[in-house]
Design a protein around this ligand. Structure first.
Ligand SMILES: *Cc1c(COP(=O)(O)O)cnc(C)c1O
Length: 386
């Protein structure tokens, strides 16, 4: 069984569970992104902070020159603290509170991605009070099926996110009369963990249609934002640690019909950080049932909620054993029956105290941890500092 390489000797003195980040892999992933976007000149990447806001991770991403895609005032503050320049911060989210909009205005962020007419009116009003003009992009619901899990699809009709295509004309009409907003772009985000490139092809084609419509109405926007959503290979983290950014960016480069001077923005989250993070836990007990064997870990859904929340798969490896493989249900200690990381998982024979790795956990892992059951939040360790 091919497993990842981890400094197990160093793990022995550490309290589990914890997140372990491979900073070298993160740097290589960032290099791949820079190489690919560098080919096109007008492509810009804003890392989606919600995937992982660990300060060391954010700082490394900021120091590589990426921008930040934030969905709350707290994320804007975290991004600024980590060194992202304000003029590379975009701010999305369906429920921006007044203080969050004011923060974005005061910090002079690059752009507000506006999700409804109601929000646009409030931004216009708050910017007016400060005698400012807010730069906005309209988040449009492009009605492109992302072919992904229902809980992470966002670009279809009647969704809480974005402005439906049918309502766009009315929003543009009202926007034309607003004194304190300036339309600088259009924005779409169709979902997450998308591995089928045809969804991105359809998005690019739809953006072209939307642009034609904007042209007809006499609007010119400088920026097109394609959102995030590029998926990773949860099944093969050892073989495919870096997502195919080449294919991804090539889709947009070949299909988008850019107008003079237009810039294209992307907001990847998961694809940047998922593979560099692993949740490390210890086996507390091996429980032999009547038909099943259970491995009971000291990590639970409070540390990594994706399996319980999205039925997500994470590859699970026993780092301490090379004995024959057996089938186990791998579960956590939380008092909820959904606290299961995997059923009938093939693991090298497990014993109390073995280190178990839950792979590809760098995105939507540590950041979603909770203290349910009065548990401690997981700590983080880094490959270059352990
Ligand atoms: C969540 C989100 C992203 C990032 O999505 P990933 O699937 O992690 O790449 C980008 N943009 C917006 C608006 C989001 O809500």
């Amino acid at each position: 069984m091919l497993k990842g390489t981890f400094p197990i000797e160093k793990f022995k003195s550490l309290e589990t569970p914890f997140y372990y980040y491979d900073m070298d892999l993160l740097q290589k992933t960032l290099d791949a992104i820079k190489d690919e976007t560098g080919k096109y000149g007008c492509f810009h990447v804003h890392y989606a902070v919600k995937a992982n806001a660990n300060p060391r991770i954010l700082s490394l991403i900021a120091s590589n020159g990426l921008g930040a895609d934030c969905v709350s005032g707290g994320e804007i503050q975290a991004a600024l603290k980590a060194g992202f320049p304000a003029d590379k911060i975009v701010f999305a989210g369906v429920g921006k509170a007044d203080w969050e909009i004011n923060l974005g205005l005061e910090e002079n962020i690059f752009c507000f991605n506006v999700e409804s007419l109601a929000e646009l009116r409030v931004i216009n009003e708050l910017a007016g009070r400060k005698n400012m003009k807010a730069d906005v992009a309209l988040r449009i619901n492009p009605e492109v099926d992302a072919h992904t899990h229902a809980k992470i699809t966002t670009g279809m009709k009647e969704n809480k996110f974005g402005i439906n295509l049918g309502l766009l004309g009315g929003v543009l009409d009202e926007l034309a009369g607003m004194q304190h907003v300036r339309l600088i772009g259009i924005h779409c985000h169709i979902g997450s963990q998308i591995t089928d490139m045809s969804a991105f092809r359809n998005l690019a084609i739809r953006i072209n249609e939307i642009q034609d419509e904007l042209d007809k109405r006499g609007f010119h926007v400088e920026n097109l934002n394609m959102g995030g959503g590029l998926g990773i290979d949860y099944y093969h983290p050892n073989h495919l640690p870096i997502p195919s950014f080449d294919n991804y960016f090539a889709v947009f480069s070949s299909l988008l019909k850019l107008r003079e001077g237009q810039q294209v923005h992307f907001e990847p989250g998961r694809s940047v950080v998922a593979q560099c993070g692993t949740l490390i836990s210890r086996v507390l007990y091996v429980k032999e049932g009547e038909v099943k064997k259970f491995v009971i870990l000291d990590a639970g859904f409070t540390d990594l909620i994706r399996p319980a929340m999205y039925d997500a798969y994470h590859r699970i490896e026993n780092l301490s054993s090379d004995e024959d493989v057996e089938l186990y249900d791998v579960v956590g200690p939380i008092c909820e029956s959904s606290d299961v990381f995997g059923k009938d998982v093939e693991l090298n024979k497990a014993h109390r105290g073995d280190f178990i790795a839950l792979r590809s956990a760098g995105a939507y892992g540590e950041i979603m941890a909770s203290q349910y059951n009065c548990r401690k939040l997981p700590k983080a360790y880094y490959s270059d500092q352990i």
